[in-house]
Design a protein around this ligand. Structure first.
Ligand code: FPP
Length: 252
């Protein structure tokens, strides 16, 4: 694939808030689930393009903790879609050497989803070309609280000292332990908020919002987001002069 100049600097980790499925369906007089179903097609094309371009990690916000409060029929249909997706994509994930992982409170998922997930994660775990990370039953605040509890437990048991706790150790207790922080967070459907997504990890992420609804998010939209990322100057709290100079270590 020919890579344009703006795409020469690609993010290692792209995280996407896939929003707008309901509106997509409503505008066509269809039930919401049809929007989610169409959204799966967009997932497929984005995964393919990310893999072709050499993006290392793609995190998709597929189901938030708050989404459990949606109408029971919609939750159940989303769970069915997830099972179908995992079944239909296994061959493609294996063929493209993509490892599937999850972040979130996956214990809450129905058994049929958990079984498929465990199977897909285990069968794809040796794959090294890309990580497809599905955020499922995910909430950033509870992820942070969970990490705090893990560290408090280690302190209480004497395994670590309070003074050992730093950002690195904390990050290692998040669901995303071992993954690079997201460089780029994309949100579709025009909403300009993080919605409890990767609150700790996205501290320095570039944010790209598009008015395109998720089911309409095609390869060109993804390329436009990546191209925009390529033009951004990431400063990590430093001045432009510092960044241009020899000392370009990340600061606060
Ligand atoms: C937000 O749109 C989207 C979701 C809550 C679910 C996202 C799920 C998919 C794209 C399909 C399943 C995913 C995989 C990985 C197989 P919304 O319903 O909040 O849209 P609205 O704001 O327009 O109502």
């Amino acid at each position: 694939m020919a890579i344009s100049k703006d795409l020469a600097r690609l993010p290692k980790h792209v995280a996407i808030i896939m929003d707008g499925n309901g509106r997509w369906a409503k505008s066509r007089g269809l039930p919401r689930i049809m929007g989610h179903r169409e959204g799966v097609k967009a997932v497929r094309s984005v995964v393919r393009l990310a893999r072709e371009l050499g993006i290392q990690v793609l995190t998709l916000y597929a189901f938030s903790q708050e989404n459990w409060n949606r109408p029971r029929d919609e939750v159940s249909a989303l769970m069915d879609l997830l099972v179908d997706y995992l079944e239909s994509e296994l061959a493609e994930l294996l063929g493209n050497r993509i490892a599937l992982r999850t972040i979130g409170d996956t214990d809450r998922l129905p058994d049929k989803v958990k079984i498929r997930l465990m199977e897909t994660v285990s069968k794809t775990s040796v794959n090294k070309e890309m990580i497809l990370n599905l955020a499922l039953s995910y909430g950033g605040r509870s992820e942070i609280v969970r990490a705090a509890k893990i560290l408090a437990g280690r302190c209480l048991s004497g395994e670590i000292k309070l003074s050992d706790i730093d950002e690195r150790l904390f990050a290692g207790c998040l669901y995303t332990a071992g993954l690079p922080d997201p460089d780029l967070v994309i949100r579709t459907s025009g909403e300009e908020r993080l919605s409890n997504f990767l609150l700790f990890q996205a501290a320095y992420a570039e944010i790209y919002v598009t008015s395109t609804l998720w089911p309409d998010f095609a390869k060109d939209d993804f390329l436009a987001a990546l191209s925009e990322y390529g033009k951004r100057e990431r400063k990590f709290g430093l001045t432009a002069e510092q960044l241009a100079g020899p000392c370009t270590g990340k600061g606060l």
